[in-house]
Design a protein around this ligand. Structure first.
Ligand SMILES: [Zn+2]
Length: 687
C-alpha cells in the first residue's frame, strides 16, 4: 500500500491545481491519501464557531474536492487535523483553551506569535477538537482521522491541568523541574500518558460513531524516547505511521528502517506507514526544499526493505520545486511492480535489540539521548556492519510468545528493568536463549531507582561494587588469547585494543574467572615522555562470557556500544559481532552476505515466497546525508538458511529483473547478485 499526503497552506484554496494532484496520485499508484482538513485551520466549510477557516476559502471546499477526486480513483482518504495552536480570537473567547507557562502566562506560539499554543489535555482537545473531528467524519465519511501535534508541548500549567493533575497524583502540584528523579515529574509522565490515551479513545469513539469502518490514528510512537507507552499503542492502533521524515545531523539511512522495527516490536503484523519528506529536515525547517534524488530514494527504500509502507508528504499544494515528483514516482512504481514480494507475513531475523521506554523516562531523563539512545545506535550500527539482520524488541513484551523466535537479545545499557522483566530474561536464557548486555543494564528498577546490584547479576556472573568510572582516558583491553575464546575471533596477534570510556566496576562471582578481555587502567596521555604504564596487565575482567541454563550470556561492564557510536573502532566492531555470534552459538544469523560494501539487510517470508533485501549504504555520505549519488557494489554472494520444508521453485532479482540460478544444498540457498545499485531484492518463489 502506498500513501500520499498533501498538507495545505492557508493560501492553497482556489490556487492549487486539483487535477495535477489527482493525475499524480494515479501515476504513482497511490492507494490512500492524507489531506489537511481542520484544527488549527479549516480547509472545508466548517460550521463550528471559532474553527478558523483559511482566509482564502470563500465558498470553496479544497479538502472535499480532493477527497472526492481520490475516491473516484478508488483511494482511501484520511483527514489530517492539527490542534496544536489557535488564533487570538479563539483565545479571547476561550482563554481556557490555551496552554500556560510555569508563571501562568498564555503561551504564544514559538514560530507564529500571532497564535497561541493550545493545551492538549484540557477542553480545547476534549471538547472543541472532538466536535471538529466529528464534523469532518460526518460530512466526508473519511476512512480515518490522523492528528498531528495533538499531544502537547511539555508541561502546561493551565487551571485544568493543575486541577486534574492534583486529582490524579493525590494532591501534588505540577512539576517545576524537568529532572526525571523528581516525584512530581515522574507522576506527570504517567498522568500525561493516561490523559493522552483517554483523548485517543474519545476521538476514536467519535470517529467510529460517524463511520463504523473508520478510526482515529494519532501521530505518535517510536522507540525508547517515545512519549506514549508503545505496548499500549500497539494494542490500541489498528495501523500507525512512523513520522521520521528524513535525515538530519549524523544519521545513517538505516535510521528509517529502524522506525519500522521499533513500531513493529509492539504492532506486530499491523500495517505501518513510513512518512518521508522530500525536503531538507534540518532544524531550520526549509519546508519548501527538495532533497537530492539519491537521498530521497535511499531513505524511502531503506524503510521499504524493513517493512514500511511508503508515505510521501508534501507541504503546500502549489510546490515551487517539482524535482521530487519523478523521484517519488520511480520509488512508488518500483513498490507497485514488486508488491507481491513486499506483502510480508514473517520476519526471519533471529537477533533483536531490546529498547526500553522506562529507561529513557526514568533513568535517562533529559540525558536520554546520550545514555539511552547512543548505546542503542552503536549496537545498531555494529549489527548492520556485521550483516546480521535483526529486529527490535520492546521491554514490556519479553514473554515466551514474543521472544522465543530470537536466538539472542541485545540489551544496550537497558538500565531500568523491573524484577519481573529480569526474571523473564533469566527464564529466556534458562530455556536456551542468549543475551548480550552492556553498561548499567538492570542496575535500576523500572522507576529509575538505583539497585544495590544488577537485577541480572545471576546471569552476568558479577556484582556491582557501587562505583562507576565516568571517564577512562587512554585505557585499553588486553586480549587474553590463552582463553582461546571466540570473542577474540579475527584478532589473533593483537595484544590489546582500545577500551571504552565509562566503566561499571564489578566483582566476579567466580574466584579466578578468566575473562577473554582484561583491563589496562588509564595512564597518562601527555606529556609524551610520561605515556607509559606501570600496570600493563591486570586480571580485571572487561567482559563476562558465561553459560547459564541452556543459554549463554555476554556482559560488558562498560559502554562499548556507546563508545562504538562515537569512535567507530573496527576492533570494537569485531568484539560486538563476536559477542552476538558466540552468545547465539553461531545461530544469530540466517544469512551470509559476502562482498564489499555496507548493507542494511532484511530477510522476510511472504505467503509463497521469501525476500532477501540488500540495501546498499556504501557511500561517502553514509553517516551524514545527503547522498549525492549511488555507488553500485557487486558481485555479492548471498547465502540464506531456508525455513523448514521450503522448496525453491525459482529465484529472481527484482531490481535488475534477472532470473538467477539458485544453488540449494542442505537447507541453504546460495545465489550471486552481480550488482547492487541501491536496493536489490533476492525474491525466492517457493514451490
Ligand atoms: Zn493545560
Amino acid at each position: 500500500m502506498r500513501w500520499a499526503q498533501v498538507a495545505f497552506t492557508e493560501d492553497d484554496p482556489g490556487q492549487f491545481d486539483v487535477s495535477m494532484w489527482l493525475d499524480y496520485f494515479r501515476r504513482i499508484h497511490a492507494d490512500a491519501a492524507c489531506l489537511s482538513a481542520g484544527g488549527l485551520m479549516a480547509f472545508y466549510p466548517t460550521k463550528i464557531p471559532l474553527h478558523h477557516k483559511s482566509k482564502f476559502l470563500g465558498a470553496s471546499d479544497p479538502f472535499g474536492d480532493l477527497t472526492a477526486g481520490c475516491r473516484k480513483l478508488g483511494m482511501n482518504v484520511i483527514a489530517r487535523t492539527d490542534p496544536h495552536a489557535c488564533t487570538e480570537e479563539a483565545f479571547r473567547a476561550h482563554p481556557e483553551w490555551v496552554a500556560r507557562t510555569a508563571d501562568a502566562k498564555p503561551r504564544r506560539h514559538w514560530a507564529d506569535p500571532a497564535r497561541y499554543v493550545t493545551c492538549a489535555l484540557g477542553p480545547f482537545n476534549f471538547e472543541f477538537m472532538t466536535a471538529v473531528t466529528r464534523e469532518i467524519v460526518k460530512l466526508y465519511q473519511v476512512d480515518g482521522v490522523f492528528s498531528n501535534r495533538w499531544h502537547g508541548h511539555g508541561v502546561c500549567y493551565c487551571e485544568s491541568c493543575e486541577r486534574l493533575f492534583r486529582q490524579f497524583s493525590g494532591g501534588m502540584d505540577l512539576p517545576r523541574t524537568a529532572d526525571h528523579r523528581d516525584a512530581a515529574r515522574k507522576k506527570w509522565i504517567q498522568w500525561n500518558q493516561a490523559r493522552l490515551f483517554e483523548l485517543w479513545e474519545l476521538w476514536d469513539k467519535v470517529v467510529r460513531e460517524e463511520n463504523a469502518n473508520a478510526c482515529f490514528i494519532p501521530n505518535s510512537g517510536g522507540g525508547a524516547l517515545s512519549e506514549l507507552d508503545m505496548k499500549r499503542v500497539g494494542e490500541r492502533a489498528p495501523i500507525l505511521f512512523a513520522d521520521r521524515q528524513a535525515r538530519r545531523g549524523v544519521m545513517p539511512p538505516w535510521a528509517n528502517g529502524r522506525n519500522a522495527k521499533e513500531y513493529r516490536a509492539t504492532l506486530g503484523a499491523k500495517p505501518i506507514g513510513g512518512i518521508f519528506s522530500v525536503g531538507v529536515e534540518e532544524p531550520y525547517r526549509w519546508k519548501d526544499s527538495v532533497q537530492s534524488e539519491a537521498e530521497i530514494r535511499a531513505w524511502a527504500h531503506d524503510g521499504i526493505a524493513q517493512g514500511l509502507r511508503p508515505w510521501f508528504t508534501k507541504f503546500n499544494a502549489k510546490p515551487y520545486d517539482k524535482r521530487w515528483m519523478p523521484v517519488v514516482e520511480r520509488i512508488y512504481n518500483w513498490h507497485w511492480t514488486h508488491e507481491k514480494y513486499l506483502r510480508n507475513v514473517e520476519n526471519l531475523a533471529r537477533t533483536a535489540i531490546v529498547y526500553s521506554q522506562n529507561t529513557a523516562h526514568y533513568y535517562g531523563g533529559e540525558r536520554a539521548r546520550q545514555t539511552v539512545e547512543e548505546p542503542q545506535l552503536g549496537f545498531y550500527q555494529a549489527l548492520v556492519e556485521s550483516r546480521i539482520p535483526f529486529e527490535m524488541a520492546h521491554e514490556e513484551l519479553l514473554d515466551r510468545a514474543h521472544m522465543d523466535r530470537y536466538k539472542v537479545l541485545v540489551l544496550p545499557n537497558v538500565a531500568a528493568l523491573s524484577e519481573a522483566q529480569c526474571r523473564q530474561l533469566e527464564d529466556y536464557v534458562d530455556r536456551g536463549g542468549a543475551i548480550v548486555a552492556t553498561g548499567e543494564t538492570s542496575l535500576y528498577t523500572e522507576w529509575g531507582e538505583a539497585r544495590k546490584d544488577f537485577g541480572l547479576a545471576k546471569l552476568f556472573g558479577c556484582s556491582f561494587t557501587g562505583r562507576v568510572e565516568e571517564r577512562m582516558q587512554n585505557s585499553y583491553l588486553t586480549l587474553e588469547h590463552g582463553t582461546r575464546h571466540e570473542l577474540l575471533r579475527g584478532l589473533a596477534e593483537v595484544p590489546r585494543i582500545i577500551n571504552c570510556v565509562r566503566r561499571v566496576e564489578v566483582r566476579p562471582h567466580e574466584a579466578g574467572y578468566r575473562a577473554p578481555l582484561t583491563l589496562v587502567p588509564s595512564y597518562p596521555d601527555l606529556p609524551m615522555e610520561m605515556v607509559y604504564t606501570a600496570t600493563p596487565r591486570t586480571n580485571v575482567p572487561g567482559v563476562f562470557c558465561r553459560h547459564h541454563g541452556k543459554g549463554r550470556v555476554v556482559y560488558f561492564p562498560m559502554d562499548i556500544d556507546r563508545t562504538f557510536w562515537e569512535v567507530l573502532s573496527e576492533d570494537h566492531l569485531s568484539v560486538l559481532r563476536n559477542a552476538v555470534e558466540w552468545a547465539a552459538a553461531g545461530r544469530a544469523n540466517p544469512l551470509r552476505v559476502q562482498g564489499s560494501g555496507i548493507f542494511d539487510l532484511a530477510y522476510w517470508r511472504q505467503k509463497e515466497s521469501l525476500a532477501i533485501h540488500l540495501v546498499n549504504l556504501t557511500n561517502p555520505m553514509t553517516m551524514k546525508g545527503p547522498f549525492r549519488e549511488l555507488y553500485p557494489v557487486g558481485p555479492i554472494d548471498v547465502e540464506a538458511e531456508l525455513p523448514p520444508a521450503a522448496s525453491v521453485r525459482s529465484v529472481k532479482l527484482l531490481e535488475s529483473g534477472a532470473t538467477v540460478e539458485p544453488f540449494v544444498a542442505s537447507g541453504r540457498l546460495r545465489v550471486v547478485v552481480p550488482r547492487v545499485e541501491l536496493h536489490e531484492v533476492v525474491a525466492i518463489d517457493l514451490g
